[in-house]
Write a protein of this length. Structure first.
Length: 316
């Protein structure tokens, strides 16, 4: 059996009772350590769980057609014994794990999932209502010759219907330079974690290139750090203000939310508590937010069914 166990967002105590029972009885316990990170060290997890943990990097979890034996390590053991793969947040917060489940099914290996909190739900602590969020997008590190902007289309679509956009910021763990990859050298770069300030600057750079006015320096956004942790932090303000918010937010992991114009007054008041400049927040909100970007829904007659019944009765 392959168990996918969600660990939640913060530390060793976020695991569910069901998940902890599975970890204690599994023959092997792996920790997926590249799509996200917990806010505590592996040694703390091992002490709390009472189990040794094997770190599963990208090569261990993902399928590699050039070296299928390595990428099938988890499944090879899961075919004959209970294997637990610990995933930060919720097991299906990343497409990597859906692919793993499909490969397990293909091999006839049973799979069980233990869900947990993820950034997709935890971000509600910033004060924005979850059902007002649109598509979630990822922001990756730009390089001198690579500035992917595919996220922009989905941000625009969210904006057009007035919804918030959650941006998941890039994590570089066990990454190689192009030169080392080409030479086959197993040399990895130090871990890097994108900050809200970097994300805000890249967002404004792409907006300047596109010139479509989807979001600008005065657009409201919320920076989030260590969501779900004991020292989680939020900073609300304009994209321009968030470019300089890293000191206030502190260490990783960071996320960012672009506000949609259909925001509710309760969201305004809640998020205002995190504002860099409350006067600016109030001015921009009054000018640009709490409005409907999308066309109004067709009006319906709440008594239509009763009127139709009356017509039928009259014709009898």
């Amino acid at each position: 059996m392959l168990y996918l166990v969600g660990l939640g967002l913060s530390d060793e105590t976020d695991i569910t009772v069901k998940g902890l029972e599975i970890v204690k009885k599994a023959s092997r316990v792996y920790l997926e350590a590249y799509t996200s990170i917990l806010l505590v060290d592996q040694s703390i997890l091992e002490s709390y769980y009472g189990r040794s943990i094997i770190v599963a990097d990208r090569e261990t979890v993902e399928f590699d057609s050039n070296d299928p034996s390595e990428s099938n390590e988890l499944l090879r053991y899961a075919a004959t014994e209970d294997v637990a793969l610990l995933v930060v947040g919720d097991p299906f917060g990343a497409t990597t794990h859906a692919d793993l489940v499909l490969r397990a099914r293909h091999l006839g290996i049973p799979v069980s999932t233990v869900p947990n909190a993820s950034i997709m739900s935890g971000i509600g602590a910033c004060g924005l209502q979850l059902y007002n969020f649109g598509q979630t997008v990822s922001m990756v590190f730009f390089t001198d010759n690579w500035r992917p902007a595919s996220f922009y289309d989905r941000v625009r679509e969210n904006r057009q219907i007035g919804l918030h956009t959650l941006l998941l910021l890039d994590i570089k763990v066990k990454e190689q330079t192009i030169e080392n990859m080409m030479r086959g050298n197993k040399v990895f770069e130090p871990p890097r974690y994108m900050t809200v300030g970097q994300c805000a600057r890249q967002m404004l750079e792409i907006e300047e290139e596109k010139g479509e006015g989807v979001y600008g320096p005065d657009s409201l956004a919320i920076g989030a750090a260590r969501v779900g942790g004991r020292n989680e932090k939020f900073v609300a303000g304009t994209l321009k203000e968030l470019c300089d918010s890293d000191d206030a937010l502190g260490p990783p992991l960071h996320s960012m939310v672009l506000l949609g114009r259909r925001a509710h007054e309760l969201e305004r008041d809640f998020a205002r508590g995190f504002a860099v400049d409350k006067e600016t927040w109030d001015t921009l909100w009054a000018r640009d937010y709490g409005k409907q970007d999308a066309p109004a829904a067709p009006q319906t007659d709440d008594n239509a069914e009763e009127k139709e019944d009356a017509k039928v009765q009259a014709s009898l």
